[in-house]
Design a protein around this ligand. Structure first.
Ligand SMILES: *Cc1c(COP(=O)(O)O)cnc(C)c1O
Ligand code: SF4
Length: 337
């Protein structure tokens, strides 16, 4: 981890080491230790390859002990099924290599450009479509970010920048504040969006410094949080989301439809209602991207459509997320229901 004292000061705010950085550094990386902490029997050794287990303790605390089928556990524990090759599940299912506009910049959809700020995440979700990506296991080089900012400045068709990764909120607030200031100086930009799982995984990440740069930018701040199950939202997470909304950030959610995790209407309905109660608007329900090693998480589209139809029958319209899938070369995500 970078030494925070070497970072520049932004708007008079010192870049002190934040509590969340220690929480991230203290994450569980050994599956046998995880099993021991959760009172689970020793399991089969699962090949982790380039995508090792990573589970911070605040997330671990929400996993039920002695339950091998816990929906949070299933998302983070490497399983032998990950090494099963399945036809039509590939290393780059979205053709993102083709959408690369430079190191650290993806331009796939009109008007929006996505900066890959870092390869680092706060948790390694076993179904992640980026699990085989040749992302660096560290933050983007300053030169790559410089180039991304220059390319965005040169393209007046862009109105919105999406900070993604990895998880952009694994970067320090100093670096993010500086990046947001540079983006705000680009006249044609209107909105700054952050795609993150951090407020769900390590809610301590929603610091006063984070709120400060989100509030302070000329750009309209939007945050899309990745959340898959109501049990992921404990009191600390609810508070963190509340601080973001109170600060004037439009907070939306995205959820991946996952077998045995959230493929029941009761679970999805509770998730959506809990989010709406917290003033977070359900945005996307994603059909799983067909990434090699994740086939055991796939829910058939017909089942997904039936689930969404049931949600629509039960919930107010604004509480029902758009069920979509990502298709290489399409100019938007494709609606499935
Ligand atoms: C999903 C995605 C976006 C954002 O799409 P919206 O429909 O605007 O939420 C932008 N760029 C890439 C590469 C994406 O995958
Ligand atoms: S947080 Fe997002 S990018 Fe990181 S492993 Fe999970 S799904 Fe993938």
């Amino acid at each position: 981890m970078a030494n925070p004292t070497t970072e520049p000061e932004i708007r008079g705010e010192p870049c002190h080491a934040a509590a969340w950085q220690a929480v991230l550094a203290d994450a569980i990386r050994d599956p046998s230790e995880l099993r021991r902490l959760l009172d689970l029997p020793p399991g089969p050794a699962a090949p982790e390859g380039r995508f090792p287990m990573l589970v911070p303790r605040p997330y671990l605390a929400r996993i039920r002990r002695s339950d091998p089928q816990d929906p949070l556990l299933l998302q983070i524990l490497p399983r032998p099924e990950e090494s099963i090759a399945t036809p039509r599940f590939s290393a780059d299912p979205l053709g993102e290599s083709a959408a690369r506009r430079g190191p650290g910049l993806l331009g796939k959809y009109p008007g929006r450009s996505l900066i890959v700020t870092t390869g680092v995440c706060a948790v390694h979700c076993r179904f992640c479509f980026r699990r085989h990506f040749p992302y660096p296991s560290h933050d983007a080089e300053p030169e790559a970010l410089d180039q991304a900012v220059r390319q965005i400045a040169a393209d007046t068709s862009l109105g919105e920048v999406i900070l993604s990764g990895g998880d952009p909120l694994t970067l320090t607030d100093c670096r993010l504040a500086e990046l947001s200031q540079r983006l705000a100086r680009i006249g044609h930009l209107r909105r700054l969006r952050v795609h993150t799982r951090m407020p769900i995984v390590i809610p301590q990440r929603v610091t006063p410094e984070l709120i400060s740069w989100l509030r302070g930018t000329r750009l309209t701040p939007i945050m899309v949080v990745h959340v898959n199950h109501p049990a992921e939202i404990d009191t600390a997470v609810a508070d963190a989301l509340g601080r973001l909304v109170d600060a004037g950030v439009a907070v939306l959610s995205q959820t991946v439809l996952l077998r045995a995790v959230n493929d029941r209407v009761d679970v999805l309905a509770e998730l959506c209602q809990r989010l709406v109660d917290l003033r977070v608007m359900p945005y996307y329900l994603h059909q799983l991207d067909r990434v090699a090693g994740a086939a055991h998480f796939e829910v058939p589209e017909a089942r997904g459509r039936a689930l969404v139809a049931e949600l629509r029958a039960r919930l107010p319209g604004y509480a029902v997320p758009r069920y979509v899938r990502e298709v290489p070369e399409a100019t938007s995500k494709i609606a499935l229901a």
